[in-house]
Ligand binder design. Structure first.
Ligand SMILES: CC(C)(COP(=O)(O)OP(=O)(O)OC[C@H]1O[C@@H](n2cnc3c(N)ncnc32)[C@H](O)[C@@H]1OP(=O)(O)O)[C@@H](O)C(=O)NCCC(=O)NCCS
Length: 306
């Protein structure tokens, strides 16, 4: 049976699936006949590499470092198909997930760090819908500002059309140039090379302790309610947790942000800069929260000038 070669079809129909269990790469002892349940093997001048389940490696006494989740792309891709591996590994690279690719006769298989399997699956499912997340580059800024102007052309506070340039555009312009800008925390969502969503988090504080302040976040009006905002929120939290940040604070609708684990910040001892913000001032405690931080929250300086 001939495999699929069209890249768009391959991406749309790849249906990534995580196999049960953990997998490892190990070097097979030189001269020992092959035995056990080996999932894949590669012979090199230096020796034979085997890929197998972690328990099997333990049973055989093989040593290993990298513990991986095994993701199978269920589409039957032709071995001569161009671009699937590149698109998949680029999408994962953009979010800092390493990816080792094995091609079988029928399918492609990705071995990603076991701890990243859920996130890798999400990124692959987004890619299947044509959406790629990546860090903002300075040359993206005009497009991001233009997107933000469109996203905030109707005020999220009053629901009324905004006259002139929305205040979020000026804020973002200043945040890009501020001392509180943190590379890697300005993230875009792209479809077919067009920027369709953006979120930024900048350095902020509760008392003297560093936190992140999230916002603005915007999605192209015609593409809202398709999960792009959620993907940007989850990617921010994953990056912040990986960077050892303690928590992320924001001002917004509890009806939207509670789904990502945000709670009223005051319930965790972080008070809003303006008391009137009440429960709209929310905080996500990350694994780095530990004993937590307390005090009144202070956003990056450009927020003070709003
Ligand atoms: C808020 C925003 C970033 C969400 O992005 P998105 O891609 O539309 O969001 P998702 O598709 O991931 O999630 C959509 C869900 O969030 C809900 N939602 C979106 N904005 C909401 C809000 N302000 N209050 C409550 N729920 C909201 C939608 O009703 C939808 O819920 P449902 O899935 O139960 O139907 C986007 O709507 C946007 O750019 N809005 C204009 C700018 C803005 O308001 N930014 C946030 C300021 S705090």
């Amino acid at each position: 049976m001939a495999g699929e070669t069209d890249l768009d079809t391959l991406l749309e129909s790849m249906h990534p699936m995580v196999r049960d269990g953990d997998y490892v790469y190990a070097l097979w002892p030189h001269g020992k006949p092959l035995e056990g349940d080996i999932e894949a093997a590669v012979r090199e001048a230096e020796g034979l590499t085997v890929v197998l389940r972690r328990e099997e490696a333990d049973k055989l006494g093989l040593s290993y470092d990298f513990v991986a989740a095994w993701i199978t792309l269920q589409i039957h891709s032709a071995l001569e198909a161009v671009g699937l591996t590149a698109a998949v590994s680029a999408a994962l690279t953009h979010v800092g997930i390493s990816c080792n690719v094995l091609a079988g006769f029928h399918h492609d298989h990705l071995l990603v760090p076991a701890a990243d399997s859920g996130r890798a699956l999400e990124i692959l499912n987004l890619l299947g819908r044509g959406i790629v997340l990546r860090s903002e580059q300075p040359q993206d800024r005009p497009d991001i500002l233009e997107l933000t102007a469109r996203a905030f052309s109707v005020s999220p506070v009053t629901g009324q059309p905004v006259k002139g340039e929305p205040v979020e555009v000026k804020l973002l312009r200043e945040l890009f140039d501020s001392a509180e800008y943190i590379p890697g925390f300005s993230i875009v969502a792209e479809i077919g090379g067009d920027i369709v969503g953006h979120v930024i988090s900048t350095r902020a504080w509760a008392g003297d302790d560093p936190l992140l302040g999230l916002g603005p976040i915007g999605v192209a009006p015609t593409l809202q309610r398709r999960g792009i905002g959620s993907a940007l929120m989850k990617e921010t939290a994953a990056r912040a947790a990986a960077a050892g940040e303690r928590g992320i604070a924001l001002l917004g609708s509890p009806a939207y942000y509670a789904r990502f684990g945000y709670v009223p910040a005051a319930s965790l001892g972080v008070l809003p800069p303006e008391a009137a913000w009440g429960s709209h001032f929310q905080l996500l405690a990350l694994p780095g929260w530990r004993d937590g931080v307390k005090g009144t929250f202070r956003y990056a300086a450009p927020f003070e000038r709003l």
